[in-house]
Structures are given as structure tokens and as C-alpha cells.
Design a protein around this ligand. Structure first.
Ligand code: F6P
Length: 328
């Protein structure tokens, strides 16, 4: 497509925040300034676009944000943006500021919004994969996934200390919506006894047998990682079921929850966000619209948003194999 002339770019973060979003905003804004563009912050995602919460950014806005978790532009999930009337209001506000292109940082719902906006109003938009869940195709890792895994592992290490002291069995629930990427990564990284993920069903009987074998081997602690989106329920439900088979076990449940979304981004997330922020601006200048910028084998790749949000990013089979070998 012939690139349109772009002078003013709006940046927004939407959906669940993730560590590295600030670094991505900063990179996009700095790259915009580098290419002599005017940059605008759209606060509270699509909700702020509808309510005209839009401000011109200068370099002060992006000073010392790279290292901070969360998103200084704030985030929201907007029900109104799902309606044609809401999107029309949002478009009118963008036009009133003369904004002619968008950088949208978020997960599949946020990128779907960018795709619709491009289709309905022709506003050039590039998405960046901002979610701890790692459930977007077209990138090896999403912004925040690495940090979330590190945070989960750090927390599980602490649980391990107390689990070992009391010879306890812990069920630790991690985030990921309906994907098991955080679970498998944190599970391998914390020497879990078993990892339960939505993508692969493990019958309770199999889990119980595994725990019995470990008990015979005199393992002093057992930590089972449960992905929140598992079909057999969350950590509390699994623990209840296991208790029926192993009534003498001292069982505890910990739900890590939103602490996995906070904190300073890791080195990898800082690099990823910085590269993708620049790639977003350069992509828009080159006429790459309705795409998501991602990193595959350390190289920037632009994938059509429609393709990136398809729910088909699969876990690496080798990860399961390794997890199985190491937990026996
Ligand atoms: O998509 C990111 C995520 O943190 C998921 O892992 C989790 O299921 C969900 O968001 C939680 O959303 P909320 O913060 O709205 O409760």
C-alpha cells in the first residue's frame, strides 16, 4: 500500500497492563520525535479515546518511565468501543486533534479494536503485543511475559522455602487467561512436581499417581503449578479433588494473581519493548498498516493483526517433554 502522509500519531495502552508497556510507549514516542512527528498520548485506552482524554506528549512525559511497571497512559477495557457509535465518537475525537495514525499496545482484544478502526475509518494502525499471557502469534514473546515469569518464579521460590520446612504440598495458581505459557515456563523454572495447563488435560488420577511416586522418593516438598484457565478448575478446585485421594497430605493453595502483572520490566522486556516501539513508528512511516510488530528470532516481523490474534499459538512440545523428565 502507498504510505499516507503521517504527521501526528496517537499512542494508547489497553486491556490488562504488562511490564514493559511504559518502555514501549517511550520508544514509540522517542522514535516519533526522531522522525519529526507529533506524538499524542491517548489516556485509558479506547475509553479515553471516546472521552477525548488525549494530550500532546513532550519529552518530559517519557522521562524515567522505561524502568517502571504499569503504564503511565493508564489502561481500561472499554465496552462502548465495541459499539459502532462508540467507535464513531472515538474517531471524531481523533480527528479533532488531527491524529492520523495509531500505535495500540495491548492483547488480542486491544488489537482487534485497532483492526476494526482501520477497517471502518481507514486510520493507519500498528499493534504491539502487550500482555503477560504470551498468547499472540507473530512474536516469540509478548511484552511483559518474561517479567511475569520471573516474578512468578521468584514468588514460587519463596513458597518452596516454607513448603520444604513443613513437608507440604502446594498448589500455586498462575495467570495466563486460557493459555499455559506462564505456567509451563514458571513450572520448569521452579522445579514443579507437575504443571497443569489448559492446552493439555491431566486426569486427577494421573496427578495423584505422580505425587505418590514423588512421596516414595522422599521429596521434601511438592509444588504443583496450575494455570488459571485450566479445564479442571483453578488451584483451589484441584487441591480439593487431590485431598480426597491423599487425605493425609498437608495441602495449601496460593493464587499469585495480579502481582504477576506488576514490577519493573526485565532486561529482555526492555529490549523487546524498545525494539518494537521503534518498529511501530517505522512501520507506519513505511505504510505497514493493520499489522502487529513482533520479534521472531531477534528480528522485527510485521504480521497482519487478523493473523496475530488467531488463537493458535502453541506451546512448544519440547517444553512438556523437559518438564516431564525433570519432575519424575
Ligand atoms: O490478559 C492479562 C491478564 O492478566 C490475564 O492473565 C488474566 O486472566 C486477566 O488479565 C485478568 O484481568 P483483570 O485484571 O481485568 O482481572
Amino acid at each position: 500500500m502507498e504510505p499516507k502522509t503521517i504527521k501526528k500519531i496517537g499512542v494508547l495502552t489497553s486491556g490488562g497492563d504488562s511490564p514493559g508497556m511504559n518502555a514501549a510507549i517511550r520508544a514509540a514516542v522517542r522514535a516519533g520525535f526522531y522522525y519529526n512527528l507529533e506524538m499524542y498520548g491517548i489516556y485509558r485506552g479506547y475509553e479515553g479515546m471516546i472521552q477525548n482524554d488525549i494530550k500532546k506528549l513532550d519529552s518530559k512525559n517519557i522521562t524515567h518511565v522505561l524502568e517502571r511497571g504499569g503504564t503511565f497512559l493508564k489502561s481500561a477495557r472499554s465496552a462502548e468501543f465495541r459499539t459502532p457509535e462508540g467507535r464513531q465518537k472515538a474517531y471524531d475525537n481523533l480527528k479533532s486533534h488531527g491524529i492520523d495514525a495509531l500505535v495500540v499496545i495491548g492483547g488480542d482484544g486491544s488489537l482487534t479494536g485497532a483492526h476494526l478502526f482501520y477497517k471502518e475509518f481507514g486510520v493507519p494502525a500498528i499493534g504491539l503485543p502487550g500482555t503477560i499471557d504470551n498468547d499472540l502469534s507473530g512474536t516469540d514473546s509478548t511484552i511483559g511475559f518474561d517479567t511475569a515469569c520471573n516474578t512468578a518464579i521468584e514468588a514460587i521460590d519463596k513458597i518452596r522455602d516454607t513448603a520444604t520446612s513443613h513437608d507440604r504440598l502446594f498448589f500455586v495458581e498462575v495467570m495466563g487467561r486460557d493459555a499455559g505459557f506462564i505456567a509451563i515456563n514458571a513450572g520448569i523454572g521452579s522445579a514443579a512436581a507437575a504443571i497443569l495447563i489448559p492446552e493439555k488435560k491431566m486426569p486427577i488420577e494421573e496427578l495423584v499417581d505422580k505425587l505418590k511416586v514423588r512421596s516414595k522418593a522422599k521429596k521434601s516438598s511438592n509444588i504443583v503449578i496450575v494455570a488459571e484457565g485450566g479445564k479442571s478448575g483453578g488451584a483451589a478446585e484441584i487441591a480439593e479433588k487431590v485431598k480426597k485421594f491423599l487425605p493425609t497430605y498437608d495441602i495449601k493453595v496460593t493464587i499469585l494473581g495480579h502481582l504477576q502483572r506488576g514490577g519493573a520490566p526485565s532486561s529482555y522486556d526492555r529490549l523487546l519493548s524498545s525494539k518494537l516501539g521503534v518498529a511501530a513508528i517505522e512501520g507506519l512511516i513505511q505504510g505497514k498498516y493493520d499489522v502487529m510488530a513482533g520479534l521472531i528470532n531477534h528480528k522485527v516481523v510485521y504480521t497482519p493483526i487478523k493473523r496475530a490474534i488467531v488463537d493458535d499459538k502453541t506451546l512448544d512440545e519440547d517444553d512438556f517433554r523437559v518438564a516431564k523428565i525433570l519432575s519424575t
